[in-house]
Design a protein around this ligand. Structure first.
Ligand SMILES: [Zn+2]
Length: 369
């Protein structure tokens, strides 16, 4: 069984495996009800600008010649890549009338050429509305990594658990994902780091709690963006577990793939709102499905036959799905309503906070105003 995590990183791949359902942006996405849904639920509510702080953008050239994702990998859905053009086309389709910016990075698959991925990401950024991160493994030389970031105009790093070798996946801790020398370099440059935290207990894990706070305090110039609110996709995983992270002024949350209004409401109430960033995990978020809490766990109910972790595919088409992206917006809308967020709060969440953070990192690296 080949699975990909919601971070888009296939844990294994099948070279030469079957490729089914490949599609390009906009090709098969928009059903008649989708635009009506957008107009009804979001058109008067969603700000005009979006800076999506969690997007995987890469081209096939970042992978070895002949490489193919497994048939059930979500990237197969998009022809084995998610280029800038595909991404912007999808954003235009799903978010009509909105200016779409992003913080993007490649897919942290073991087979990816990290220099090629950084080069491609760099070709897509402008450091005003589009920013990028370099994938990083512990084995990467720190000075070469600093050069890679600067040469490609990037603003930081994207480590990932499966780049840590020599440890069982569940044994990996946050300090294993970047070396002290890499962290010193990142601190010196004031880089952003999007962190997909490890361990089955995720945000509720005591080691993760200690490691996150220690990371932020030891390296106060690194801006740590904890992806997916620490992968807390169900309520009990977040409740009581944001106080330590909230105490660190250089720790941020992105909300990628959080479909749960209760989780978002808790984060909005218990974490400084100016450090919460909207993110989606596109292209996964372009798929049809919904993440749901089930008995103190969560599952991705899938409307399309792709596996993204703990997924359950509705092969009988019992229900009609819309995009994960819209389910995220619905959850944000509900949570924002519950906590009484106004238009200014939504502007900050959907783009202002990310512009402030990433703009500041970019100015520190490249100057400008
Ligand atoms: Zn991701």
């Amino acid at each position: 069984m080949t699975r990909s995590s919601p971070d888009g990183a296939g844990e294994s791949s099948v070279a030469g495996g079957p490729v089914g359902g490949a599609g390009s942006a906009g090709e098969v996405w928009s059903l008649p009800g989708d635009r009506e849904l957008f107009d009804r639920e979001f058109s008067r509510w969603l700000p005009e600008s979006i800076l999506d702080a969690h997007v995987h953008v890469f081209e096939k050239g970042c992978l070895p010649a002949g490489f193919r994702f497994a048939a059930e990998n979500c990237y197969t859905r998009f022809g084995g890549e998610h280029t800038l053009e595909q991404c912007l086309s999808a954003a235009a389709c799903l978010l009509p009338g909105r200016r779409f910016g992003m913080l993007s990075f490649g897919t942290p698959h073991a087979a990816v050429d990290r220099e090629a991925a950084a080069r491609y990401t760099g070709s897509t950024v402008d450091n005003r509305t589009r920013f990028g991160l370099a994938l990083v493994a512990p084995e990467d030389d720190a000075s070469a990594l600093a050069d890679r970031v600067r040469r490609h105009g990037l603003v930081g790093l994207k480590p990932y658990r499966n780049y840590v070798s020599g440890l069982a996946p569940e044994a990996v801790r946050i300090p294993d994902m970047l070396t002290p020398v890499q962290l010193e370099m990142a601190d010196g440059l004031g880089l952003a780091i999007t962190l997909h935290i490890p361990k089955a207990a995720r945000l509720a894990d005591a080691d993760n709690q200690r490691d996150l706070v220690a990371l932020c305090r030891t390296y106060p110039r690194i801006q740590v963006i904890v992806a997916h609110i620490g992968r807390a996709y169900w309520l009990s995983n977040v409740v009581g577990h944001l106080d330590g992270p909230a105490s660190c002024p250089n720790l941020w949350l992105d909300t990628a793939m959080v479909n749960h209004a209760g989780v978002l409401e808790y984060a909005f109430r218990h974490f400084p709102r100016e450090r919460i960033l909207f993110g989606s995990d596109a292209p996964i978020a372009w798929l049809r499905g919904k993440s749901v809490e089930v008995n103190g766990q969560y599952a991705y109910l899938m409307g399309e036959p792709y596996r993204i972790g703990s997924s359950i595919y509705d092969a009988d088409h019992v229900v009609s799905f819309t995009y994960f992206y819209y389910e995220m917006l619905r959850a944000v809308k509900e949570a924002a309503l519950r906590v009484g967020w106004g238009a200014g709060d939504l502007e900050g969440f959907f783009h202002g906070h990310a512009e402030r953070l990433l703009g500041s990192v970019a100015r520190g690296l490249y100057g400008g105003s």
